[in-house]
Write a protein that binds this ligand. Structure first.
Ligand SMILES: [Mg+2]
Length: 96
């Protein structure tokens, strides 16, 4: 997310309030969950999935701002991707 996009997220929190945006985040997560489950059951609508992923990315940015967690989220992502890579390597190595 670029600085202009982040500023819009900050403005949304200022205008609508943190509590409202936290609830909005939960709603958007539920909407993405619904689309993903539909796709898993064979009802794939890539346009709807893209729209809901975009909504969730916007709300995740706002959650990071509200809870002041950008740096720790980045550290968690690094750590979790390292763990995932080790798990993949273990499986690939075992398959050879
Ligand atoms: Mg949505």
């Amino acid at each position: 997310m670029n600085n202009t996009q982040r500023k819009i997220c900050e403005d949304a929190i200022d205008i609508f309030g943190a509590h409202h945006q936290i609830i909005k985040a939960a709603e958007e997560l539920a909407e993405l969950s619904q689309q993903v489950l539909k796709a898993a059951n064979g009802d794939v609508n890539k346009g709807h999935i893209a729209e809901e992923i975009a909504d969730v990315e916007i709300m995740l940015e706002q959650l990071k701002i509200i809870f002041d967690r950008r740096v720790s989220v980045e550290a968690q992502v690094d750590s979790k991707l390292d763990r995932l890579q080790r798990k993949i390597n273990k499986i690939v190595k075992g398959a050879v």
